[in-house]
Design a protein around this ligand. Structure first.
Ligand code: 2M8
Length: 437
């Protein structure tokens, strides 16, 4: 169902700008002052993509302040902690992660999907002359190269040329049903060994369960206790996620454009994009990309194809995100799946985070069904990439109507559009602003 009309653009634009101004902290933007009071990695990339329309300069500062937390090994941590916020305002906070960049910025030790090169390129394009004068691309390029190198070397845990995530938080889709089987093998940390802070601000029904949190804590503590060393850590959880890898491909294409703008040879990035794209094809089965579980016990005789290839049967929106890969061979089949009963693109309020027909579907619980604005924006971009203008326009209108009608909710019920999680959520405002511009 397409929303009956696009909300009046000028007032929605102003409302989105107000959210971004309100969540700005002086050098970066918090996703939400209450629920997420620090700087998050992929949030900042999405935020910059919207912020560039309000202030290209501020969008550059947003990204460069995130890159200020980059580790010597090239990783961009998923959280950069603000010293101005109480140490226990968010769990797990800096005292849990015990990680510092260059001895000053406190960070987490895991990563999030690599949208950054794409964000840098789009931010540059918002005001290319001024960006060039400020040397924005020249400063960002080596950092992005180091970031991608980290992912493609230290995180190629399966040896197939794909990046593996080692924690559900690294996917950005924390409690997706795609992680359920892999997580079930992890012994959770005792519930009395930590105190959640998220449920102080959001309904427990909309958030991951305590059991999920026990496992998240256990996995993060193991990595921390091995010095965040990818060669030494005995990862109990390691999966090749299609969303994460598709975003890396899109970002390699962006890096090629950045290299070209800097007068450098773009070829190495185009080759990387090509290699990743053919490796990504190994995650495609039955009309959708699926995560590969690298810790799956060897298959038993007679198991279904998806399982025997190590692919997780659960279908999530992560499997649709590869649509934004230029020239994707599987685009036609993927578009059919998107429009079919499992995701009902154009038939529900906005594309859901998990298969509507799947056994684990929950309309209100975080990444187990609700519709999210960042994934809708990515799929919108994919639809445009593959010339599906009518569907792209409809999704754009749905996104704008929902952002306007929910005070920029973090996520919504895919059937009713009812808002869930935080309100005045930054990437919702930023991506609405982008689609209005
Ligand atoms: C959510 O994840 C954090 C942990 O990183 C949390 O639940 O506390 C996810 O939705 C993630 O994608 C997002 O980046 C983060 C901040 O908005 O919140």
């Amino acid at each position: 169902m397409t929303a009956p009309g696009t909300p009046e653009a000028p007032s929605l634009r102003q409302a989105a700008e107000r959210v971004l101004l309100g969540n700005w902290t002086g050098h970066s933007t918090v996703p939400s002052h209450s629920l997420y009071p620090h700087q998050w990695s992929w949030d900042s990339a999405f935020i910059a993509i919207g912020l560039r329309h309000l202030s290209p300069r501020r969008a550059q500062v947003e990204l460069e302040s995130l890159f200020g937390s980059q580790w010597p090994d090239g990783r961009i941590p998923h959280i950069s902690f603000s010293p101005a916020v109480a140490r226990d305002a968010y769990f797990p906070g800096p005292d849990f992660w015990q990680a510092k960049t260059h001895g000053s910025v406190e960070t987490s030790g895991i990563v999030q999907p690599p949208v950054h090169a794409l964000a840098v390129w789009l931010t540059h394009q918002a005001d290319a002359r001024e960006s060039a004068r400020r040397g924005f691309l020249a400063r960002c390029y080596p950092k992005l190269v180091a970031w991608h190198r980290y992912l493609r070397t230290c995180r190629d845990l399966g040896g197939r040329g794909l990046v593996a995530i080692v924690h559900p938080w690294e996917s950005g889709m924390d409690n997706s049903p795609a992680w359920d089987d892999a997580l079930a093998r992890i012994t959770p940390a005792p519930l009395d060994s930590f105190t959640r802070r998220d449920t102080d601000h959001a309904s427990t029904d909309d958030r991951p369960t305590d059991l999920d949190y026990g496992r998240y804590v256990q996995l993060a503590a193991t990595y921390r206790d091995h010095g965040y060393d990818d060669a030494r850590t005995p990862f109990g959880f390691a999966l090749e996620d299609p969303c994460f890898n598709a975003l890396l491909i899109a970002s390699e294409h962006a890096l090629a454009a950045i290299a070209q703008a800097l007068g450098l040879d773009p070829d190495r990035h185009l080759v990387a994009a090509e290699q990743l794209t053919s490796a990504l094809a190994t995650l495609f089965t039955e009309g959708l990309f699926h995560a590969r579980d690298l810790r799956l016990p060897p298959p038993q005789a007679g198991e279904v194809a998806a399982t025997s290839a190590g692919l997780v049967p659960a279908g999530s929106v992560a499997g649709l995100v590869p649509l934004l890969v230029p020239g994707l061979l599987q685009a036609g089949e993927l578009l059919e799946t998107a429009a079919g009963p499992r995701f009902r693109l154009g038939g529900v309020r906005m594309v859901p985070s998990y298969d509507l027909t799947g056994p684990a579907f929950e309309a209100g619980r975080y990444w187990r069904g609700p519709s999210w604005f960042n994934t809708a924006w990515l799929i919108h971009r994919g639809l445009r990439e593959h010339g599906r203008t009518a569907e792209a326009d409809a999704l754009r209108n749905d996104l704008l109507a929902l952002a306007a009608g929910t005070d920029f909710a973090e996520y919504v019920d895919p059937y009713t559009g009812e808002p869930r999680g935080a309100r005045t959520f930054s990437w919702t405002a930023a991506l609405a602003l982008d689609l209005l511009s």
